[in-house]
Design a protein around this ligand. Sequence first.
Ligand SMILES: [Zn+2]
Length: 113
Amino acid sequence: MEPMCPVCHVAVRPADFFCYNCGKNLHEKPLVTTKFTEYLYYAGSFLLPPLGLWWGFRYLKQADARSRMIGWICVILTIVSSVVVTVWSVHLFQGITAQVNEQLQGVGGAGGF
Ligand SMILES: [Zn+2]
């Protein structure tokens, strides 16, 4: 199926950014994808999990393969980060619970109730 201008319905090429007939912006402007912003997004996705999903989906909406790849990496990093944080929190919580239990048992034993 040929892509079509949403305003005047003439056939346009998939690569066109503007409709040649009415001038409608057919794609959002491509997001900046320098190496620096790319790594910034990766770091952000990993360190600030909910934001990574937002960035990721914004890139996934882009037409070019490179942006979509960045989008996927952001989403994957976000998921990996969430899993790591969840596992780590559960581990930490279990550690604290075990310590508290040990101390309570210690106090109970020493008190000799
Ligand atoms: Zn048009």
